[in-house]
Ligand binder design. Structure first.
Ligand code: ATP
Ligand code: MG
Length: 267
């Protein structure tokens, strides 16, 4: 899965990456789903360890075009993980209170604490994506934000935060199918917003904004992964694998007991 990590000195071009691919995974969907189940069990154990040890913090950033699968990823990858130690923070259109402050104010308030995993469903990256594409602020303002984001994430990393950022890469055709499916199914109408069609018209501008954001903010301490996301099972497999590997690399240990328990007898 290493091939999806955006390396420091290798710029990516989204047009050259295939959202349909399933890498060198041989086995297809059925085997993929079995592998995800195993990874999910590992993730549950690692999360328990993270919580018990209370030393590291984990921040997972999910970004995607509309219908890209952020919600599905959260549901599937984190299924069964103890809700005590996992939170989801969703970033919507900023409120007037948020707009009156710097763009990181609302973000910094909800970063993970010791032993916690926080999943960002959209994130501070919206401030160099929709904000840039829609000209909500002038270029002089948004163009400075890449460095500001890198500095911000450096502070988090220096304070014990493992940061993993995922761009769920779907194709324009796949988005059309997913939007159509929402339109055809009355139980999915609540997810359909006419505004999504306006954003779809700006597909190319968004691709450019994503490409720039990913290339300018993939760092050693907070790397981006561009995940082929047309096939949902493969998307989940990639993200689960990256997450489990990263958590394992923390070499966490259950804490020693507070008291000496040798010879303790419960009567
Ligand atoms: P779904 O994919 O299920 O529709 P969503 O994440 O799109 O979920 P919505 O409530 O539909 O949730 O949309 C949130 C909207 O808020 C998005 O259009 C996003 O671009 C916008 N948004 C988020 N952050 C900002 C920001 N800083 N400035 C302007 N708009 C933002
Ligand atoms: Mg939406």
């Amino acid at each position: 899965m290493k091939q999806y990590k955006v390396e420091l000195n290798k710029k990516i071009s989204l047009a050259k990456l295939d959202p349909n691919e399933t890498g060198d995974f041989d086995g297809g969907k059925e085997k993929g789903l079995k592998a995800i189940e195993k990874l999910n069990a590992e993730l549950q154990e690692l999360q328990e360890l993270l919580y018990a040890e209370g030393k590291h913090k984990v921040l997972v950033v999910l970004q995607a075009m509309d219908t890209g699968g952020k919600d599905g990823t959260i549901r599937r990858v984190f299924e069964g993980v103890n809700p005590q130690g996992v939170k989801v923070a969703s970033f919507k259109v900023p409120t007037s209170e948020e707009l009156a402050r710097d763009f990181l104010w609302r973000v910094h308030k909800v970063v993970p604490g010791n032993g916690e995993i926080v999943i960002f469903n959209r994130s501070h990256y919206e401030d160099v994506l929709v904000v840039r594409v829609r000209n909500f602020v002038p270029k002089e303002v948004w163009s400075k934000r890449y460095d500001q984001i890198n500095e911000f994430e450096k502070i988090l990393a220096d304070n014990g935060t493992l940061i993993l950022k995922f761009f769920l890469n779907i194709s324009k055709d796949e988005q059309k199918e997913r939007l159509q499916a929402r339109l055809d199914d009355p139980s999915k109408h609540w997810k359909f917003s006419l505004g999504d069609l306006n954003e779809r018209k700006l597909w190319d501008d968004y691709q450019q904004a994503y490409e720039d954001a990913i290339n300018k903010t993939s760092t050693k301490y907070a790397p981006w992964y561009v995940v082929p996301a047309n096939r949902k099972w493969y998307r989940d497999l990639v993200i689960s694998t990256v997450l489990v590997d990263a958590l394992k690399s923390l070499k966490m240990k259950y804490p020693k007991p507070k008291d000496n328990l040798d010879g303790v007898v419960i009567e």
